[in-house]
Write a protein that binds this ligand. Structure first.
Ligand code: SF4
Length: 298
């Protein structure tokens, strides 16, 4: 008999977080982790899963949930506060009216998000120091990572997604993203099942980031047409072949003079084969070749 979906989803998400934390050494003994909670499904899920991890992980760390009330009209702060109290989280609500600043600085009709999130980041860094936290956890998930990858590729001329771990505030803080392997639809299902008290995210009146929306819809469309596309895209980010990119600095940093020979029978090659078949049914694999290797024109 199959397991009820929420349990299966819960287990998958817990595994995804455990794997990301391990793969990138996100958490160390004695860490004080400030968890940025916006009141959306992602940050509630992250907080919940990190608490479970803290209870069973071999390293000891503590969690300190923080929300920034940015002064958006009608922000239901008490909904978040009462949830945190009920759940027994160490929680702080920080009130800073960035909304007025953003409204003043950004012309009517333009999106506020860039300035708004920069101001929020500055506040989070400051509060982390006040709480003596050395780590900040952010709730970006797999779908955010994939959207950022395509946005950078198509609009910024860069091949970059989101770092799972980075040095923030000039190296004074470690910023981690424990949900980088977690699928948004599973987070949504988990959040629905848990009944998290979601706060509305449109109180600022800003238009959402149009390009991100377009790219997100594009990826979802691919996923609908070829289920598994998002998983393959995520796998690609974990299977980078620098010698097949054209970044001279990367070649130089890796000391490359020619592209190294491909492994023919490795697990990597089998993964590539599976990925290729999933994307292009009936495609013939050229051993050791990527999707964009064109043996016929060599
Ligand atoms: S959607 Fe609103 S609250 Fe969120 S970053 Fe943009 S301006 Fe700020």
């Amino acid at each position: 008999m199959s397991e009820p979906i929420p349990h299966a989803v819960h287990r998958k998400l817990a595994r995804a977080v455990g794997r990301a934390v391990t793969d990138f050494g996100m958490i160390e003994e004695g860490d004080r982790i400030m968890v940025a909670v916006s009141g959306g499904k992602d940050s509630y899920t992250m907080l919940h899963l990190l608490r479970e991890l803290a209870r069973k992980a071999p390293v000891r760390f503590t969690l300190h949930a923080v929300n920034v009330d940015q002064g958006h009209p009608g922000f239901p702060a008490e909904r978040l506060t009462s949830y945190m109290t009920r759940e027994g989280y160490d929680f702080r609500m920080v009130r800073e009216d960035t909304y007025t600043i953003v409204k003043e600085k950004i012309p009517e009709g333009k999106t506020y998000c860039s300035l708004c999130s920069r101001l929020r980041r500055g506040i989070l860094y400051r509060v982390a120091h006040e709480l003596e936290c050395n780590v900040i956890a952010l709730g970006h998930h797999r779908d955010d990572v994939l959207q950022t990858l395509l946005l950078n590729l198509m609009f910024a001329g860069q091949l970059a997604a989101m770092p799972p771990k980075l040095a923030g505030d000039g190296g004074a803080l470690r910023v981690i993203r424990p949900l980088v392997y977690a699928a948004e639809e599973e987070i949504q299902a988990f959040s629905d099942a848990q009944g998290f008290p979601i706060l509305p995210c449109d109180l600022c009146g800003s238009q959402s980031d149009l390009q991100r929306k377009i790219v997100g819809e594009m990826i979802s469309d691919w996923e609908r047409k070829r289920p598994g596309t998002k998983a393959i895209m995520l796998a690609a980010l974990q299977n980078v072949r620098p010698s097949h990119l054209l970044d001279r600095r990367l070649w130089s940093a890796l000391g490359l003079e020619v592209a190294p020979a491909e492994p023919v029978d490795s697990e990597d090659a089998r993964d590539a084969e599976r990925a290729e078949r999933a994307l292009i049914p009936g495609a013939r694999l050229v051993r050791g070749a990527s999707l964009d290797d064109d043996a016929s024109t060599a």
